[in-house]
Structure formats: structure tokens, C-alpha cells
Design a protein around this ligand. Structure first.
Ligand SMILES: *Cc1c(COP(=O)(O)O)cnc(C)c1O
Length: 378
């Protein structure tokens, strides 16, 4: 028997989450962001769930090739653009749209030999200070691009640093709007947080936001995978998002722990009263964060309980008291949901586990280890 651990990709949940993003920006076309192998889910595994998107956006040329191999003929956008001249040849061959964020990329375009002009997204650094032309240099870059025969349509793009936080997007929006006021072309501004929090539809109790942001293309990533971009202010459930991935394993041993006895490496957990623990076939080599302390939430047989002691490479331990109290058998073979949806429908948000680890849901899903078998479900 294979080691009892498995990740499940929920196709219907991905479809639902994509529709949810559309609901927040009904005027916009949607890039489903599938960089980093679809945030760890696997591009081939999410394709069916996300194929209602208007385009796929990613960074890696290999990943773009894989999307084309799946039969996708629609738009694909390279979010970091070309890294070297050769990449533009692949853009021509695979009909990829690409971001232009620096002068060197314009130089490359100018020396690219192509009969078919390319669609580009010109990126403004409106305050994030990662990629893009500063507001002062943006229009000159646009003019230069516009003069190149290699360039077809120019779209305008920026990225928010604080769409998920208190600072919000107002300052960057103002900069972008001012500089691009009379420039033609489609606009793309919003990641998940901006799409959901600053929805372009009239805000309601269910859909907060100030209705101030409308664009031609939104770029949701994390939301389509069912994690809240602004946890803990909002949970995935608050945003009506469903987990795109469930990580489950089984209990492979149980131990009766007496008062004063410890569990796991370093004896970091010492029992204050006698407890039953289950040993679960999931460890940090599966992508479960080692830094998760005692008390990290977990579901056993769909009942909420928590981890005890340190996470080791291949195993972790969970407190079975709450599960026993809830009735029913628990022991070797019982199902443990590390994050996602249990068989009884109860959901443990990946964001809660990430919070215990001092990180975000993004990092956990991206870190799912290759050794974990993955099932694609409806
Ligand atoms: C990753 C990325 C996104 C998606 O961000 P989420 O927070 O996952 O929605 C959008 N735009 C760009 C440029 C990105 O790199």
C-alpha cells in the first residue's frame, strides 16, 4: 500500500472561485494566474477547473508551453516578460503576450526579427518598487514601444503592494490614473485582494469594497485556489471561496500519553493530563510546515483538533481527545485533514494553518512536495 497521504484538487471549487472573481469584476476579463505550477496545484491538474478564464498568466516559458500543450489557444501572458532575446522567439512561436517592465526588454523587442507584431503589457512601477517603469518614465517607454514595428497593441498594467492591507490602493491608483489618463489600451490592475476588496460592483454587506476600480483585465491568483488574500481580516468563507486543494493523510499509530510524558523531537509538548495522540503520515517532507507549533488546527474524522509536539520529516502527532469525545471510532486508518475539506464537509482553511506557521496560504500550497500523490476530483 502506498503511504497514506494524498492531496486532492477540487475542480468544481476552482470553477466556483473563478466565477466568484468574475462576480467582483463583471466588466473585466480574467487572467487566471497559474505561475509557480498553479500555486503548487499543478497546471495540468487545474486546467479543467480554470478553463473558463479569459487567459492564463504565468512567468515561466516552460509553463506557457505546457498550457499550449493542453490545447489552450487563448491569451497567455508572461508576467515578468522576456528574460533574454531568445524568449521573444518563443513568444512569437507560441503567441504569448508579454510584460515589458524595463528598457532592456524594449531593446530586445527592437532587435527581435518577427513578421507578426507582439501584444505587450507595459508595466508601471506605481509604488511597489519591484518591476516597472517609474511614473516619470512610463510615457517615454510607451512612445518608444509604440514606434516599434515588432509591437502590436500596448496594454497598461500595474501591481498593488497593499491591496490586502490597511494602506489599500488609493495612492497607487491615483498615480496610475494620472500618468495613463490619455493613453489608449486595455488596463490591468488588480490581484485577488484588489479584485475582491475593491470590487467594481456596488458594494453590499456580502461584498465590501468601494466600487472605485474598474479595468479590462483582473489578475486573481490566490483567490481562485480558495485562500483569502487578506486573512485574517477576511476568511476564505467570508469571500465565499472554496478550497481548491485538500491535503489528507491517515493515522498510522496511536499512543497513550501519561501526565508528564512528552511527544516528539525535543520534547516540546509535555502532557498536563493523560491524552491519546494519533501519529499522522504527514511531515515537513510533504510540505507541511515544520514551524507549526503545538495547537495548529487539524481535522480528524472531520472533527477539529490540533497538533501536539514538533512536526517531523514524515510524521506529526495530533490530540485525539476532542475526536473521542465527539464519539465514533478513531485510531489507525482514521482520516486526517491537514487543510481543505473533510469527508463530512467541514473545512479547515489553509490560511489558518499558514497563520500558525507565521506565513500565508500561498507559501503552503506552493510547497506541496512532489512526493505527495495528487488526485484530481470533480
Ligand atoms: C502573482 C501575481 C498576481 C496574483 O496575485 P494574487 O495575490 O495571488 O491574486 C497578480 N499580478 C501579478 C503581476 C502577479 O505577479
Amino acid at each position: 500500500m502506498p503511504r497514506p497521504i494524498q492531496a486532492t484538487i477540487h475542480t468544481a471549487a476552482l470553477r466556483h472561485n473563478l466565477a466568484r472573481a468574475r462576480l467582483a469584476a463583471p466588466e473585466a476579463k480574467v487572467w487566471a494566474i497559474v505561475k509557480a505550477n498553479a500555486y503548487g496545484h499543478g497546471i495540468e491538474r487545474v486546467f479543467e477547473g480554470l478553463r473558463a478564464a479569459d487567459g492564463f498568466a504565468l512567468l515561466d516559458l516552460d509553463e506557457a508551453q505546457r498550457v499550449r500543450t493542453l490545447g489552450w489557444r487563448g491569451p497567455i501572458l508572461l508576467l515578468e516578460g522576456a528574460f533574454e532575446l531568445r524568449d521573444l522567439e518563443l513568444c512569437s512561436r507560441l503567441d504569448l503576450w508579454h510584460t515589458v517592465h524595463c528598457d532592456e526588454q524594449i531593446d530586445m523587442l527592437a532587435s527581435h526579427k518577427t513578421k507578426v507584431a507582439q501584444r505587450v503589457f507595459l508595466k508601471m512601477n506605481s509604488g511597489m518598487n519591484r518591476l516597472g517603469f517609474t511614473p516619470a518614465r512610463y510615457r517615454a517607454a510607451w512612445t518608444r514601444l509604440n514606434a516599434l514595428p515588432q509591437v502590436d497593441e500596448i496594454s497598461l498594467m500595474t501591481h498593488f503592494s497593499d491591496a490586502d492591507g490597511a494602506r489599500g490602493i488609493a495612492e497607487q491608483m491615483a498615480v496610475f490614473a494620472e500618468v495613463t489618463r490619455d493613453l489608449p489600451g486595455e488596463r490591468s490592475l488588480s490581484n485577488s485582494a484588489a479584485t475582491l476588496r475593491f470590487t467594481s460592483v456596488k458594494p453590499t454587506d456580502d461584498l465590501p469594497g468601494d466600487g472605485s476600480i474598474a479595468s479590462d483585465w483582473v489578475r486573481p491568483g490566490i483567490a481562485v485556489y480558495g485562500s483569502a488574500p487578506d486573512f485574517p481580516q477576511h476568511s476564505a468563507a467570508d469571500w465565499a471561496l472554496q478550497p481548491g486543494m485538500t491535503l489528507t493523510a491517515k493515522i498510522i499509530a496511536t499512543q497513550s500519553i501519561d501526565t508528564g510524558a512528552s511527544v516528539g523531537y525535543g520534547s516540546t509538548f509535555v502532557a498536563e493530563k493523560p491524552i491519546q495522540v494519533g501519529v499522522v503520515a504527514c511531515g515537513y517532507a510533504d510540505g507541511y510546515p515544520r514551524v507549526c507549533p503545538t495547537g495548529t488546527p487539524v481535522l480528524v474524522n472531520g472533527v477539529r483538533t490540533c497538533t501536539v509536539g514538533r512536526v517531523s520529516m514524515d510524521m506529526l502527532a495530533v490530540d485525539l481527545s476532542a475526536v473521542t469525545a465527539a464519539g465514533g471510532h478513531v485510531g489507525i486508518g482514521s482520516d486526517v485533514t491537514l487543510w481543505g475539506r473533510a469527508a463530512n464537509g467541514l473545512v479547515l482553511g489553509i490560511d489558518e494553518v499558514a497563520q500558525s506557521a507565521g506565513t500565508v496560504g500561498y507559501e503552503l500550497m506552493c510547497a506541496l512536495a512532489p512526493r505527495v500523490p495528487v488526485l484530481v476530483a470533480d
